[in-house]
Design a protein around this ligand. Structure first.
Ligand code: ADP
Length: 481
């Protein structure tokens, strides 16, 4: 499995290490060139001085006399060489044989290698250099420069110097720079690990707890106050999600228990009356008629409940609309007629003034009726006996508004925002599953309309449904979902 630490190791750390190592290599190569190159330049500059002096010796021609005087000048230069403590100065004959040395041929070790002489012979500038280890184990640098003029048997000059000091400088530079690189690397790894741990550890906790929540442990919560960064916000979001899940789970359980409870009551009543009627032999018996009435009413209740269950499954699967051009006035009148019986039964009255002209809308007749019935049903449920329910229709050029107002108990202000959520029931709710208004909202929104709910506790509630007026040719604006 991929981990953030591994990704960091493979990605940013590896690149940083490579860059550091490359920078170190470049730095060291620059220092090496500089250190050993400057030693070589110091030797060559001495040759340049001597050759300059030689040029001034004798005339421009290469006569024997001039050659001899140059050879003599060179031998003198070797004898009087005053940097014997730092360099060994030699004169070489043909084949690289040593003719004279400033130290008097004493140091056999320095005579050993002749590679610089052969390099000088092949190089264009007539200069060759070599670094080698003497039989004593001392590292030295030898530079040979060919004498560009005839100087008797002398063909080249050679300077040899010990590299002990330069080597020491080189090694200390190497040590210090490697130390700096290692320290930088260590700091990088330490700070990187510190940073990664500050992310990985809490993330691991979040992962473990989120896993528990996903597994159904909805009471567990993440410590979202511990971090005030992205992790804190992630914890907060997961907690909110768990809160939502808990609430939905609770409402769903309530829904199931209330539906099963409500199903049982009419079923018990129907069963009881069927048994009673079964014992009656005279159809003229008053209980016979009453029994049939109760069975009819309870069957209606069962039918309503099954409708609610269907609503629930529609909400879950998305509401499908089969739209056509409708007259909203006719639909509202139909719905009013449909609930009229119940309104009277509950001791209420419906105040409805049918507008004279049709209000054309683009809607699904069955779903629109469901909207009216759900809203009217709530108004009936929450109205006190003797109260009035007002059904009002109005229109503007662009929209039609259907308002259902009751004089009932009202919705507590803190619940007003939530009553459209599925399964939500206000604190003062009576029977019902809590999905009526959720279905209303879903249908009206799909039709391009809006639902507004205004309510005052103890005074009543008004639910206003606004739908766009249909204009011919606008079907495409109301794509059914
Ligand atoms: P139900 O299908 O159970 O009636 P709804 O979704 O229609 O649920 O309504 C949700 C909640 O809104 C109800 O439980 C009730 O508390 C509140 N409510 C809706 N309409 C009214 C109303 N006219 N008067 C008072 N409360 C209402």
């Amino acid at each position: 499995m991929q981990s953030i630490t591994r990704r960091w190791l493979r990605g940013s750390l590896l690149i940083s290490v490579l860059v550091l190592v490359l920078a170190e290599a470049l730095f060291l190569s620059f220092c090496y060139q500089n250190l050993y190159g400057s030693t070589e330049s110091a030797l060559i500059s001495r040759f340049t001085t001597i050759i300059g002096r030689l040029q001034a010796t004798g005339t421009a021609g290469d006569t024997d006399a001039t050659a001899n005087s140059r050879a003599a000048a060179l031998r003198r230069a070797v004898e009087q060489f005053d940097e014997k403590d730092k360099f060994e100065f030699m004169l070489l004959g043909s084949g690289g044989t040593v003719l004279a040395t400033a130290s008097g041929m004493s140091n056999e070790n320095l005579l050993a290698s002749g590679a610089d002489y052969s390099r000088a012979l092949t190089s264009a500038e007539g200069i060759g250099s070599v670094i080698f280890r003497t039989p004593d184990g001392e590292r030295v640098m030898a530079v040979t420069a060919l004498v560009p003029y005839a100087a008797g048997t002398i063909t080249a000059m050679r300077l040899v110097t010990s590299l002990t000091l330069v080597d020491r400088q080189w090694w200390s530079l190497l040590g210090v720079s490697a130390g700096v690189v290692l320290a930088a690397l260590g700091l990088m790894v330490w700070s990187g690990l510190f940073f990664i741990r500050s992310i990985v550890r809490p993330l691991g906790q979040v992962e473990a707890i989120a896993h528990r929540i996903a597994g159904g442990d909805l009471q567990t919560r993440l410590p979202d106050a511990r971090y005030n960064d992205e992790i804190g916000r992630l914890c907060h979001t997961i907690n909110e999600m768990a809160e939502h899940l808990t609430e939905t789970e609770r409402m769903k359980n309530e829904f199931i228990s209330s539906v099963s409870h409500e199903l049982r009551t009419p079923l018990t009543s129907i069963k009881g009356w069927v048994e009673t009627i079964g014992t009656l032999h005279d159809p003229g018996d008053p209980n016979y008629r009453k029994g049939l009435e109760v069975i009819g009413a309870e069957t209606d209740r069962l039918y309503e409940m099954v409708e609610e269950l269907l609503d629930f499954s529609r909400l879950q699967n998305g509401i499908r609309l089969d739209c056509q051009v409708l007259d909203l006035v006719a639909e509202a009148t139909d719905a009013a007629l449909f609930v009229e019986g119940r309104i009277r039964q509950e001791g209420l009255c419906l105040v409805y003034e049918e507008p004279p002209e049709p209000y054309p809308v683009w809607a699904d007749p069955a779903r629109l009726r469901q909207v009216f019935i759900n809203v009217l049903d709530n108004a009936i449920k929450y109205s006190p006996p003797g109260g009035a329910i007002f059904l009002t229709l109005s229109r503007t050029p662009a929209a039609v508004v259907v308002a259902v107002r009751d004089q009932g108990r009202g919705i507590p202000p803190e619940d007003l925002d939530k009553v459209r959520q599925k399964f939500f029931k206000a604190h003062n709710a009576v029977r019902g599953s809590g999905i009526g208004l959720a279905v209303v909202e879903a249908i009206v929104t799909s039709l391009g309309g809006t639902v507004d709910i205004a309510s005052a506790l103890g005074q009543g509630t008004t639910v206003s449904i606004t739908l766009p007026v249909y204009h011919p040719g606008q079907e495409h604006l109301h794509e059914p979902i």
